[in-house]
Write a protein that binds this ligand. Structure first.
Ligand code: NAD
Length: 433
């Protein structure tokens, strides 16, 4: 849809919001538009959700190991900060764009509100294929990017975390760079740090564990259980790999796994710990002998009960949605399902647990890490685990009850709850001046 209509221009539409149909930001806007009729008087403020608060594009130059200079494009976006500091990950990916980062920041605003954390939504990225850089080059890239976005981040301003192709080491470099220019250690500027630097126990597995917990919750709500369920997983990284591990340990069968380079299928169930070990050595899932190596797109035809997309956005398109054979989709990734696909899944009676709920475990434990950092007091594993489960299941129940009461999809229900919380904050704060 072209967003440069006369009414949009009257509202002062910004040029960088003019985007291609089907882009992640357009998909986010369509998801917001779908719930505006349910927001009552608060809908007066809904335009605030359709434009990022601020967006920074930076040049990230580094010296490569061979002595040449390379330039990369970096982004950091604050979508909304009505409820607290911006919070959201940083990804390194060769296809990242400002449009994608705006959508990812928007999804963080909704997610943080759905699980009722005192955060707004932010996100960042560097447009780079990190597989082409050495560890030393990656460190220089991370440090220069951190320095370039330093005016945006801070423990009470915006707190980055790991996302696709970034990890605890990336966060350690970000924290050290920020701390070095401030002259003192600032633990709470990032989350997802190594435990020795103030990271929280349970953060690495939190998102995958949250996917596991919400999968169990939706099965319970549907009067079913996890025992013996056949699950197909797209993406075998921090989210997909760990979710698969929890699900298998609790009695499910992982019958197919796809990553960026391949697909493994085994109707009898893939041994997940062995596949993770194979991936640690080979950096991929091919030639594992833990199932048949298949074409990547074969994942969509696998006979299974549950599909977990845990790679990148816009993977479940309308044609994929018409093809899949599962009756439940649990979104580990951010924005994996396009709005057209959502309609197809709804028509086919397939239940979708939306990203803003299903993958919120990571940001919940990031919140715990931030709180622990401020207090210089660290919780043990049982405390982290029980608090995570409590927050996530409470949010799941609220979303489920709204879905039943209003008669919307679970995504619609989550957006109603999340948008209401953000717009209530906007309304109560009022506009300055
Ligand atoms: P990761 O880098 O650890 O793993 C990504 C996985 O996806 C890899 O196995 C990779 O091979 C695969 N992949 C990438 N592109 C693919 C493609 N086109 N087709 C198939 N597979 C592909 O990243 P992650 O942290 O696991 O993040 C995955 C998703 O979950 C992203 O959408 C991210 O935004 C979201 N997410 C992550 C966290 C977190 O805590 N890491 C929290 C919430 C949401």
């Amino acid at each position: 849809m072209n967003r440069t209509s006369a009414s949009a221009r009257r509202k002062g539409q910004l040029s960088f919001l003019e985007t291609e149909s089907g882009s992640p930001w357009e998909n986010f806007l369509a998801q917001i538009d779908a719930v505006i009729p349910h927001l009552g008087e608060l809908s007066r403020w809904s335009e605030t959700l359709k434009r990022p608060k601020r967006a920074l594009v930076v040049d990230v130059p580094i010296i490569l190991d061979d002595g040449s200079v390379a330039h990369f494009e970096g982004f950091r976006v604050h979508h909304n900060i009505s409820r607290g500091p911006a919070k959201g990950g940083v990804r390194f990916h060769q296809d990242s764009t400002l449009n994608e980062v705006m959508a990812l920041a928007g999804w963080m605003t909704i997610k943080n509100a759905v699980v009722n954390l005192p955060f707004g939504g932010g996100k960042g990225a560097v447009r780079v294929d990190p597989r082409l850089l050495s560890q030393e080059e990656l460190e220089r890239l991370t440090r220069r990017y951190t320095s370039e976005i330093s005016s945006m981040i801070g423990p009470d301003k915006d707190i980055p975390a790991p996302d696709v192709n970034t990890n605890a080491q990336t966060m350690a470099w970000m924290m050290d760079t920020y701390a070095s220019s401030n002259g003192h250690t600032v633990n709470s500027v990032v989350t997802g740090k190594p435990i020795a630097l103030g990271g929280s126990i349970g953060r690495i597995e939190a998102t995958g564990k949250g996917v596991f917990l919400t999968t169990c919750a939706v099965l319970r709500a549907l009067g079913d259980s996890l025992e013996g369920k056949r699950i197909a997983v797209q993406g075998f990284g921090n989210v997909g790999g760990i979710a698969a591990q929890f699900l298998q340990a609790a009695g499910a069968k992982i019958v197919a796994v796809q990553d960026v380079d391949g697909c493994v299928v085994n109707p009898a169930g893939i041994d997940v710990p062995k596949l993770l070990a194979h991936k640690d050595v080979t950096r991929g899932i091919r030639d594992s002998r833990l199932g048949d190596d298949a074409d990547r797109k074969d994942l969509w035809d696998v006979d299974a009960d549950i599909l977990i997309p845990a790679a990148i956005e816009s993977q479940i398109t309308a044609s994929v949605a018409a093809r899949i054979r599962t009756r439940i989709v649990v979104e580990g990734a951010n924005g994996p399902t396009t709005p057209e696909a959502d309609r197809v899944l709804a028509e086919r009676g397939i239940t979708v647990v939306p990203d803003v709920l299903a993958n919120a475990g990571g940001v919940i434990v990031s919140y715990f890490e931030w709180v622990q950092g401020f207090n210089s007091l660290f919780w043990r594993e049982p405390e982290v685990a029980s608090r995570l489960e409590q927050i996530l299941i409470e949010a799941f129940n609220e979303v489920w009850d709204t879905h039943v009461a209003v008669g919307t999809s679970l995504r619609g229900a989550a957006y109603i709850l999340g948008c209401r919380r953000v717009l209530q904050a906007r309304q109560q704060r009022g506009l300055y001046p």
